[in-house]
Unconditional design. Structure first.
Ligand code: AMP
Length: 275
């Protein structure tokens, strides 16, 4: 496996064959590994990028303390079947005078976008840049970040980006907690309580399967369960899985998404239900 440290090195390495691409911010876990394995199975070669993108963090967020574990990350990439890893730095991604942005209007204002203003503008801009640098055949993202996947899918379609975007299932810990680089922040007690997000979602899913279709009823149940476990709720929403518009009665694919603070850590999770 090669390590590529500059945009020029990626372009020289790229060649013309089928290439799968997995963009990440490092601190890799089994969730990331699942994307790399899927890409390696579906493409001749796979490139993983590791870049903690500063423009998607708000001024009071965890950019400075975001976990950086490059050595272990490289090992995980190699074991999962990556052909190369791209590790750009801030200077090459955002040269002096940088002032060009990619935004997807509307979809980025709700859910995580409401509590993290500017977050998705940072994501769409860096992912666009990475797509231009890497020119992947297929790019792999996790359903864990459901809103991000939806926004990127729209960006690829609206701007005719010549690649296929593939969204992979959420990988969870045995107790249900969605794997996340931010789980490393959790103390023992917080880790125990973090399971409340998936517990609440699975409970809502169970009620849905038992016939409940009224969003307010499901949302009420979500909040009761979350209140038992988390320190502060950010949101618990039932929205149309395509438009992210709130639903009142579940009639089509619906994203049930939650975000909550456990101690100083903001966690997100979701499930999709469909009648
Ligand atoms: P991140 O490094 O957090 O920016 O994540 C990089 C990619 O991995 C994104 O497409 C995430 O959605 C995906 N990802 C993160 N956690 C998981 C998980 N538990 N299961 C599946 N994909 C994940």
């Amino acid at each position: 496996m090669e390590t590529l440290q500059s945009i020029e090195a990626v372009r020289a390495w790229r060649g013309s064959g089928e290439l799968g691409f997995v963009p990440t911010m490092g601190a890799l876990h089994e969730g990331h590994a699942s994307l790399v394995r899927r890409s390696a199975a579906e493409n001749a070669r796979t490139l993983v990028s590791i870049f903690v993108n500063p423009t998607q963090f708000g001024p009071n967020e965890d950019l400075a303390k975001y976990p950086r574990t490059l050595e272990a990350d490289l090992k995980l990439c190699e074991q999962a079947g990556a052909s190369a890893v791209f590790t750009p730095n801030n200077e090459m991604m955002y040269p002096p005078g940088f002032c060009s942005w990619v935004t997807v209007e509307g979809l980025g204002d709700r859910l995580c976008g409401a509590s993290r203003p500017g977050h998705f503008k940072g994501v769409t801009t860096v992912v666009s840049k990475l797509f231009h640098i890497v020119e992947p055949t297929r790019a792999y993202f996790g359903q864990k970040d459901a809103q991000q996947a939806l926004i990127l899918r729209r960006m690829v379609r609206d701007l005719d980006m010549p690649l296929e975007l593939i969204v992979c299932p959420i990988v969870r810990e045995p107790d249900g907690l969605a794997m996340s680089s931010r789980n490393r922040y959790l103390s023992e007690d917080e880790r125990r309580r973090a399971v409340g997000l998936s517990k609440a979602l699975f409970e809502a899913q169970r009620l849905f399967k038992a016939g409940t279709r009224t969003a307010a009823v499901l949302r009420g149940q979500l909040i009761i369960t979350l209140d038992e476990y988390v320190d502060k709720l950010d949101y618990a929403e039932l929205v149309d899985a395509d438009s992210l518009q709130p639903v009142t009665e579940i009639a089509g694919p619906t994203l049930i998404a939650v975000a909550a603070w456990v101690g100083g850590t903001r966690l997100i999770d979701n499930v999709i239900v469909a009648p």
